[in-house]
Design a binder for this molecule. Sequence first.
Ligand SMILES: *Cc1c(COP(=O)(O)O)cnc(C)c1O
Length: 408
Amino acid sequence: MVQVNGNYLKLKAGYLFPEIARRVKAFSEANPEAQVIRLGIGDVTEPLPEACRTAMKAAIDAMGTSEGFHGYGPEQGYPWLREAIARHDFQSRGCEVSAEEIFISDGSKCDSSNILDILGEGNRIAVTDPVYPVYVDSNVMAGRTGDADGVGRYGGLTYLPITAANGFTAEIPSGKVDLIYLCFPNNPTGAVASREQLKAWVDYARASGALILFDAAYEAFIQDPELPHSIYEIEGARECAIEFRSFSKNAGFTGTRCALTVVPRGLMGTAADGEKVELWGLWNRRQCTKFNGVSYIVQRGAEAVYSPEGQAQVKALTAFYMENAAIIRRELTAAGIQVYGGEQAPYVWLKTPEGLDSWGFFDQLLQRAHVVGTPGSGFGAAGEGYFRLSAFNSRANVEEAMRRVRAL
Ligand SMILES: *Cc1c(COP(=O)(O)O)cnc(C)c1O
């Protein structure tokens, strides 16, 4: 019989979202009249911006003509999209990122997992705790960890706790690590890193030869003009960081699929014999071999995000969700619950009240308010005692959910 990849067997069985779905299903079956409101999974709810839809329709029509037909595109993405991104997202903020360094893909989830393809087995890996589960599970699947312990921490990984005690910004590790996953604005805590905090990470990485994998999926939600949107706003980051971005959250592309990864030219790693190797070339080779690009239609839709209409519509979309976040923050605070995040990110991270643990609060919120959130412990051991509410929902649902919470 064929052998399976034993690394998959190390994965902790109860993955967070299936367990939430199981409990919600059981509750709904027992209480068919209850109107359950889901502020749990981080998916957007509002329609695609009109500028994107118009551009995609035009692209579909072009595909129906011999002159406008597009077959395989460049594996790295079309130059017009890469150039628009370089100009609007990076150069306009003083980041020295060129179109050639931008690789278009169908998602940051895949890119942040696939990047392990070009990195060696022996790297010491650091993740925050709580963490976006993809960073950890992709390392488990790739055989870069040991087994999980009782609280779900895998051997071989360095966990950097982010809690109220340290203001939800991980401390620089005291020991040496080679690969560091950072996500700011953060999923799940909604925390954001200041310029000084990112500089401390970049300084650490440069001094120790580490690589930072910076996930900026939520940069569009930053409200404070002083905060950095990209790691490349920090001097020296080109020598030590790869950045992931996505159209999923800012432009509602979760079901449309388009994202990008920045790999700066001159960013180096070392081979087993000590020779220096440019990561750009490895990632380019990896994408050309294993990926065939994002559809022409979707890339035209993503390009429209950078038109004046697209920019206005995306701004309105993020503002809408941030207003939801403000309502959640305000109402929870009025209900006497300690809240964090939700000011520069579409997630509110709350301290579970009355000494309840994360799943205890989940069950109470579901039973008594028919509201679904995400237990903090599902994102890591240090998330125990916390809970995530997402601002991705209709205004009516957010207001009704908060009315029910206030009534408890
Ligand atoms: C939603 C999200 C992404 C985006 O993933 P896509 O695959 O591009 O949809 C990336 N990182 C984090 C932390 C996210 O929450």
